[in-house]
Design a protein around this ligand. Structure first.
Ligand code: VAH
Length: 316
């Protein structure tokens, strides 16, 4: 039985559907701040849960008795940088409340970390699993503190904590909200709608990215992995590709030759992007739980453009 927080977000929307296919609808309880008005979760079992309400989190957990808690509710990097105190309260309060609930009922625990947990002094290319983590954003501070808490709850209380440092995730079912890597989702929607996109991240700014299907499989594979083989309990480096806006545009032009990429760089999100690695070393994840990806840039582009077109046609 799996309890999910932040189930209406970019990861939760597709993860809930996939987990229900595997474990059955009655064994997967999605929660968020509001009831789903559309999509595959509409009119299915769903609960309102504010992860900053410790009593509500504990009560819901004791009532549902999950074997696994997947905590996804959080503010992403750009929105966190605009409201740092609120980001601390939500990101750290929600994490602590759900970790405590997992400890109380003996549940396995997953929450994502991010490439945002690295900072300007981290080696930028082929960033190691174990390295300097001095992020210069509130989101990064939240992610490093979160990783340390996952280690602590594993060592001190025996909670089966598992996590990955996600790169930018690209999807069309539910777009991300308030991230720095969001340009890599927006560009596909704008390419289909208008044949042009103005990027807020500059040319030559490389960041790790991954298509959402690979991210969902990452979470499921890690949660099903043999615990004896896992020596990393804070967060594994995972990534599918290291790309910049120009590479995405070139991939789109193979389908929309007239596509035009322009730039209007947003200084805040550009500074965040420049503080993150260019590419990650994912060897530990490959060795310890057979991490792998199906989607490279061109395969992701094909899937995004066809998915967006289909979504627009059904919306008409
Ligand atoms: C963000 N999409 O941009 C998230 C993610 C690595 C990026 O953490 O904040």
């Amino acid at each position: 039985r799996i309890l999910i927080t932040g189930a209406l977000g970019q990861i939760g929307t597709e993860l809930t559907v996939k987990l229900r296919e595997i474990y059955g609808e009655e064994n997967v309880l999605p929660t968020d701040l509001r009831i789903p008005e559309w999509g595959k979760m509409k009119d299915t079992p769903f609960e309102i849960l504010d992860v900053t309400d410790s009593e509500a989190v504990m009560e819901m957990t004791k009532k549902f008795k999950p074997d696994t808690i997947i905590h996804l509710a959080a503010l992403l990097s750009a929105v966190a940088e605009r409201t740092p105190k609120r980001a601390w309260d939500i990101n750290m309060g929600g994490l602590m409340n759900t970790l405590e609930a997992a400890r109380e009922v003996g549940a396995q625990y997953f929450t994502p970390s991010s490439i945002g947990s690295f900072g300007p002094s981290t080696p930028k290319d082929n960033t190691p699993q174990e390295t300097i983590q001095r992020p210069s954003t509130m989101y990064g501070v939240n992610k490093v503190a979160g990783e340390l808490l996952l280690d602590y709850y594993y060592e001190r209380f025996g909670v089966d904590t598992r996590s990955v440092r996600f790169p930018g995730l690209i999807s069309y079912e539910q777009e991300p909200g308030g991230g720095t890597t969001d340009y890599a989702c927006e560009i596909y929607f704008e390419a289909v709608k208008n044949g042009t996109y103005t990027s807020f991240i500059d040319k030559g700014t490389y960041m790790d990215m991954m298509y959402i299907d690979d991210a969902i499989n990452c979470i499921i594979d890690l949660l099903q992995a043999d615990p004896e083989k896992l020596s990393v309990r804070n967060a594994f480096n995972v990534s599918a590709m290291s790309i910049d806006p120009e590479m995405v545009a070139e991939s789109i032009k193979k389908h929309i030759p007239e596509f035009e990429l322009k730039y209007d760089v947003d200084p805040m999100r550009q500074a965040i992007a420049e503080s993150w690695p260019n590419s990650l070393d994912c060897d530990e994840a490959k060795e310890q739980w057979n991490f792998k990806c199906e989607y490279d840039l061109d395969k992701m582009t094909e899937k995004m453009l066809s998915g967006i077109r289909e979504k627009m046609n059904t919306a008409k």
